[in-house]
Design a protein around this ligand. Sequence first.
Ligand SMILES: *Cc1c(COP(=O)(O)O)cnc(C)c1O
Length: 228
Amino acid sequence: MSIRTNIGQVRDKIGKAAQRSGRDASAVTLIAVTKTHEEEAMREAVDAGITDIGENKAQEVRQKYPLLQRDVHWHFIGHLQRNKVKYVIDKVAMIHSVDSLSLAREISKRAERLDRVMPALVEVNVSGEKSKHGLVPDDVRSFLEEVKDLPGIRFQGLMTMAPYVEDPEQTRPVFRALRELQETLLSQGYQLEVLSMGMTNDFEVAVEEGATHVRVGTAIFGVRDYNQ
Ligand SMILES: *Cc1c(COP(=O)(O)O)cnc(C)c1O
């Protein structure tokens, strides 16, 4: 199956999921997760209409950024170490995975030097799995208070990863909980329009539950080979 065909199918599923929940498909940004994939595959995706790509390693962003030669938005979606912020700060359009004050401060400081304000999301560990990064839901509000005066970073929403399960329906409570947290925070005056949730296994459920950004790799590019 070609990358172009795969993207068409993913878009089709996003459209149907949006319809089922009375949403407009144009409210959902498809981020093609290109980690481990070469620039050639990335260009194929961009030429098939992808405008947003996702990477989870600073080193990979650094390597591929000058090679891609396409005008796209790069999203940083993985765990970001403070000492790697400098490698991505001038390249990415949004950092989805901010879960500590020290990381937010470093992003703000580096962005300020470039005279920019970095759009960011708070990563939330809704499911409570120990292996996952992210703040526990109850800590998000105090975190937003702590970061609200940082000049170089602006939080625009929330991000989560659901546990991998065979039946994607089981992820629904996780996505719903993130949306409910967003609604609570919106009612408290925080401007958090973005909900980054849903991957290959569960993006349809995520769209039904209000995702504005889905992060899809395998369904577009096939199974990743980490040993290449
Ligand atoms: C790899 C990755 C994805 C995409 O996963 P697929 O199952 O291949 O769609 C999404 N989000 C994050 C944070 C990832 O690291």
